[in-house]
Design a protein around this ligand. Sequence first.
Ligand code: NAD
Length: 248
Amino acid sequence: MPVVLVTGAAGGIGRATVELFRREGWDVVAWDVQPHPEPPPGVRAMQVDVSQPDQVEAAMGEVARAFGRLDALVNNAAVQITKPFEATTPEEWDRVQAVNLKGAYLVSRAAYPLLRAAGRASVVHVASVHALATSAHIAAYAASKGGLLALTRAMAIEWAPDIRVNAVLPGAVDTAMLRAGLSRGHVQGETVEQRLKALAERTVARRIGRPEDIAQAILFLCDWERAGFIYGHGLVVDGGATIRLSTE
Ligand code: NAD
C-alpha cells in the first residue's frame, strides 16, 4: 500500500484528506500539534509540532522504522493571525512563518530520503489564494503562503523528475480557521453564518468550499497516473472566487 504523511491532520482540511486517502487504500500517517480526536481506523496519528526541527526529525525516524518509505507528503499545517500589519508583533510574525513556511521546509527536508525510497513520490503544499491576492489584516499569513508557492517551484525543480512538488491554493473552505478569520470584519454580516453566506455569494460556484473539495485536489496531484506531468503547479481550488475582477 502507498503511504502518505499529512500534517495539520486534526484540522478541517487535514482530516478530510486523511479520510479520503484511507478510502483510496493508502496507509496514512497523521501529524498534528494537537491530540487527534478519534483518528480513523488504520491511521497512525502522531503529535508533532512541525515548527520544531527536533520533533520533526524524531517523528520522521518513527515513520521510517514503521514504513521505510513515503509515496506522498501533504504539508497542510498552518496558523493564521488576523491583525493590522503595524500591530503584528515580531513574535506573531515569526510564529506564522515558523509553522506555515519553515514547517513545510523542515518536514519536506526530513521526508526526502523516504520520498526517494518510494521511487516515485509527490509533495503537495497547501498554500492559499492569499498567495495571489489578499485583503487587509492578514499580512503575515499572506506572506507565508506566497513564500510557500515560491518554495513549491524551487523544490519542484530540484527534486524532479521522480518527486513531483505542487501546491493547492484553497479559497474559502468551511473550517475552524475560516470561521475564526471572519472576525476581522472584511465580510458583511452580524453572525458567522451570515458572513459565510456573504462569502458564498461572491464565488462563481455560489458556495463555500468543503474540506473534501481540497482533499480531492490533493489526491489528484499525488496521483502519478492522472497528474504525472504536473510539476511546480499552484492549483487554485476556490469556486471561482479569484477569477472575478473586483474593480468591475
Ligand atoms: P484548521 O485550523 O482546521 O487546521 C489546521 C491544523 O493545523 C490544525 O489541526 C492545527 O492544530 C494544525 N497545526 C497548527 N500548527 C501546527 C504545528 N505547529 N504543527 C502541526 N500542526 C499544526 O484549518 P484548515 O482550514 O483545515 O487549514 C488547513 C490548510 O488549508 C492550512 O494550510 C490553511 O492555511 C489552508 N487554507 C485554508 C483555507 C480555509 O478557508 N479554510 C483557505 C486557504 C488555505
